[in-house]
Design a protein. Structure first.
Length: 125
């Protein structure tokens, strides 16, 4: 394995770790706020009976706002990034076997290549 392949492998694992951490932090934040609002509903008078007062509708509104907002964040941000990171991880593993020498030619693409200008599409540094 050449020094360039080692550099690409280490860079790919670092990007993978950062994006995975971001995805799981986002999911954890959504689960925390959704669970917190669910506990508030269950422990308040709104969760015990079919109470249709205005306060209960506000509490239920906050719960559904948190639930749907963070569920949509999970669907549109965290889940695709986790799936993408799995594929990028396979790409990094293949690069260590010498099959692929440049992680930036696929998925991670132009955005990260512009963020890290020392790596171009040819794999040279």
């Amino acid at each position: 394995m050449t020094i360039d392949q080692v550099k690409v492998k280490l860079w790919g694992k670092g990007a993978l770790a950062i994006l995975l951490c971001f995805s799981f932090c986002l999911v954890g934040y959504g689960v925390f706020l959704g669970g917190f609002s669910f506990i508030i509903i269950k422990t308040s008078s709104c969760g015990r009976r079919r109470n249709l007062s205005s306060n209960c509708s506000v509490v239920r509104g906050f719960f559904f706002l948190f639930f749907f907002f963070f569920f949509s964040l999970f669907l549109f941000l965290a889940l695709p990034s986790v799936l993408f990171l799995g594929l990028a991880g396979f790409r990094v593993l293949f690069s260590s076997a010498g099959v692929v020498t440049d992680v930036t030619k696929w998925g991670l693409g132009g955005g990260l290549r512009r963020m890290i200008p020392s790596i171009d599409s040819s794999g040279s540094y």
